[in-house]
Design a binder for this molecule. Structure first.
Ligand code: NDP
Length: 255
């Protein structure tokens, strides 16, 4: 049993998928949670579940790539809950980009801004509060940070490779200040990200079936399994772990 009673946690990208599952699990452990995303109605659904679990979250509709929004996420959390113990940089997007695409650089910039720069900026803003609480950071990276699973994936892979190395670099810098920083590298997880790429249900099913075949265990993880790992790394049980990357990929990297 991990206790997060009176701990304050920010989970970005908590309107769906891994972030929503993580916020909900933290709320079950009595944490005070700030949930963040652009989609207000989806955030409200997550807020209702957290509240039913006995922990009313602070809901912030925000775009993590916008610096004013990022400041609001940190400042409102401190104003509302009085402290910050854990930052989960989870918000992210996926898109195939060919280096030959005439708009490749524009698309690359957007993916980097969402998957890497936003986490760096939020970390920069959060660190003074985390030093005070001796808190920690969990970054949601990807198994694609070390393996290029298919062509036209350079933007996403590069953003996640950067996030891994950012994790290690700041972990070293912040260790003397008592702040731990780790990341999780999921393989395929059953979330909305395919649905965001195509509305065609048959195409979605085909993509999921193809993805399933890429894992050694021939299955896809659920968001809740990744959330369990986030809670472990954020807890005192992981007090000796910093600068580490945890792969949860059903053996996708083995193939
Ligand atoms: P979802 O699409 O379900 O969730 C993505 C979340 O990020 C949503 O809550 C979305 O909220 C939020 N988000 C995206 N862009 C922004 C933004 N600019 N500002 C604020 N919030 C944003 O996908 P997953 O749960 O799968 O993804 C979560 C993380 O897990 C990502 O970092 C992803 O790269 C990583 N991951 C996922 C894998 C998978 O197979 N599913 C595999 C490996 C890593 P909203 O739309 O409301 O803004």
């Amino acid at each position: 049993m991990m206790s997060f009673e009176n701990k304050v946690i920010i989970v970005t990208g908590s309107s769906s998928g891994i972030g929503a599952a993580t916020a909900i699990k933290f709320s079950k452990q009595k944490a005070k949670v700030t949930i963040v995303g652009r989609n207000e109605s989806k955030l409200k659904n997550v807020a209702e579940i957290c509240e039913k679990n006995g922990s009313k979250p602070l809901m912030i509709v925000a775009d993590v790539t916008n610096e004013d929004d990022a400041k609001k996420i940190i400042n409102d959390t401190i104003e509302h809950f009085g402290q910050l113990d854990v930052l989960v940089n989870n918000a992210g997007m996926f898109n195939n980009v060919s280096i030959l695409d005439p708009h490749a650089i524009e698309k690359f910039d957007q993916i980097l801004a969402t998957n890497l720069r936003s986490g760096v900026y939020l970390t920069h803003l959060a660190v003074p509060h985390l030093i005070e609480s001796k808190g920690n950071i969990v970054n949601i990276s990807s198994a694609a940070s070390t393996k290029t699973f298919w062509p036209e994936n350079f933007a996403y892979c590069t953003s996640k490779a950067g996030l891994d190395h950012f994790t290690r670099s700041v972990a070293l810098e912040l260790a003397p200040k008592g702040v731990r920083v780790n990341c999780i590298n999921p393989g395929p997880v059953k979330t909305d990200f395919i649905e965001k790429l195509t509305m065609d249900k048959d195409e979605q099913d085909k993509i999921w079936a193809d993805i399933e075949r890429t894992t050694a265990l021939s299955k896809i993880a659920e968001s809740e399994e990744v959330a369990d790992l986030v809670l472990f790394l954020a807890s005192d049980k992981a007090k000796s772990i910093t600068g580490s990357s945890y792969v949860i990929d059903n053996g996708a990297l083995l193939k």
